[in-house]
Design a protein around this ligand. Structure first.
Ligand code: GDP
Ligand code: IMO
Ligand code: MG
Length: 428
């Protein structure tokens, strides 16, 4: 099972970090292929809790080679900060490899992220403010700075000057901010070059060779399908390809290399930031999910919006990504509810719609049609086999599986590494 992709099946924070960590003991390489430090993965190992943003979660497992591939945007200061923090806690980070083609998030990207959000007013995306969108915009606009540019001062200076040329007009004349000097940006980036140099390689070649040798590579997606720039709830999305196809373009492996696509899905739904969310709850049930599931952002600390499970979204995700297996997390959070609603279809202006509507306006108007499932009160955090789960919890999982377009191969019953029920081997 050489190449395995993990992706978020909803709007992020499904527990991808925990799922990666679970598999990391059996893999050789773990690749972050999209996004940047907008991601926030909490992984609990024994008594230790780690919050990872830019680095792939698999870095916590000894022996695994972590890779930041070309599809990622890298804030180098954040990168070094995260590496130092992990080293201080005894995690070996010496094997990290970074693509020479990955793009760099600079000071001006962060500034532009914040001022454009402010300018959008009511139409804000609610970004993480980390400069992600502006860095990807520069990449597509062909004025981005790549990691390899840091090793050629002349080129770097030309590129930074070129990028700032237009941006400073915007910053000063439109956004009423101070201009950013090319020198300060160049000097900052150059100061990172020496430490960065030994990590920087042709990661596409390294991964190709690893796959040729039959080694196992896990592609760890940041964000999620509904935040994907093409397939998500545009414009309320992130700026990268966070679906399975992104693993190929974002790393330089051929798409036909991918053997398995694992979708991580919560037993309910959450979203951070603005945008449509049909099953969102504004009552005490939403508060219950937020409190019990501890739904506060790992990156920004913002309270997450909470709602019931949305089966059309799971089917959509299964389709867009070619999901072979789902890992359902946080089933334990539903314990104690008398009855659990699941969205099975939508009512769009009086018409029943079974799949996620392609029209964004329709999705905004979609009112969930619910089916209710009986809850359970038993503590399930100690369950390790499907049979350990109470009958109603089993029935909930089986009903969702039947609606979601792929089998549910593992079920999370708590934050800890071993709090999981495995039904089918994810790598087998
Ligand atoms: P990611 O961004 O997809 O990696 O997810 P986050 O780390 O942002 O959010 C998932 C949160 O749920 C983390 O705090 C995890 O420790 C926690 N978590 C993961 N799986 C489970 C589970 O099965 N049960 C419970 N209660 N918590 C879980
Ligand atoms: P993980 O990997 C949840 C959301 C932001 C905002 C939108 C755009 O932890 O699942 P951006 O800063 O990327 O331009 O923000 O995307 N967002 C996330 N929401 N989990 C994430 O990552 C997210 N990364 C970005 O809240 O709505
Ligand atoms: Mg997260």
């Amino acid at each position: 099972m050489p190449a395995v992709v993990i992706i978020g099946a909803q709007w992020g924070d499904e527990g991808k970090g925990k799922a990666t960590d679970l598999l990391a003991g059996r893999i050789d390489y773990v690749v972050k292929f999209n996004g940047g430090n907008n991601a926030g993965h909490t992984v609990v190992v024994g008594d230790e809790k780690y919050a990872l943003h830019l680095l792939p979660s698999g870095i916590l497992t000894e022996g695994v080679t972590p890779v930041i591939s070309n599809g990622v945007v890298v804030d180098i200061e954040v990168l070094f900060g995260e590496l130092d923090a992990l080293s201080a806690r005894g995690v070996d980070v010496s094997k990290l490899l970074i693509s020479a083609n990955a793009h760099v998030i600079t000071h001006y990207h962060r500034t532009i992220d914040k001022v454009t959000e402010r300018f959008l007013g009511k139409r804000q995306i609610g970004t993480t403010g980390r400069g992600i969108g502006p860095a990807y915009a520069d990449k597509i606009n062909r004025v981005g700075i790549r990691i390899q540019d840091l090793f050629d001062e002349n080129i770097l200076r030309q590129k930074v000057e070129g990028a700032l040329n237009i941006k400073n007009h915007l910053l000063v004349k439109v956004y009423n901010r101070r201009a950013i000097g090319a020198d300060e940006v160049v000097d900052e980036l150059l100061s990172y070059a020496e430490r960065l140099r030994p990590m920087v390689v042709d990661t596409a070649l390294v991964l190709h060779q690893a796959l040729e040798r039959g080694e196992t590579v896990l592609f760890e997606g940041g964000q999620a399908t509904m935040l994907d720039v093409d397939h998500g709830t545009y414009p309320f999305v992130t700026s990268s390809s966070s679906t399975a196809g992104g693993a190929a373009t974002g790393s330089g492996i051929g798409p036909n290399r991918i053997d398995r696509v694992i979708g991580i899905v919560k037993a309910y739904t959450t979203r951070v930031g603005a945008g449509p969310f049909p099953t969102e709850l504004f009552d005490e049930s939403g508060e219950f999910l937020r409190k019990t599931g501890f739904e506060f952002g790992t990156t920004t600390g913002r309270p997450r919006r909470c709602g019931w499970y949305d089966a059309p979204i799971a089917r959509y995700t299964a389709r867009i990504n070619g999901v072979t297996d789902f890992v359902m997390t946080k089933l334990d959070v539903l314990t104690g509810l008398e009855s659990i609603p699941v969205c099975v279809a939508y009512d769009v202006d009086g018409v029943r719609v079974d799949e996620v509507p392609v029209s964004q306006s329709d999705f905004h108007h979609a009112v969930p049609i619910y089916e209710n499932f009986p809850g359970w009160t038993e503590d399930i955090s100690g369950a390790r086999t499907f049979d350990d789960l109470p009958k109603n919890a089993q029935d909930y999982v089986l009903a969702i599986e039947a609606m979601s377009g792929a089998r549910i191969s593992a079920i999370g019953v708590g934050p800890a590494r071993d709090a999981i029920v495995v039904r089918h081997d994810l790598l087998g």
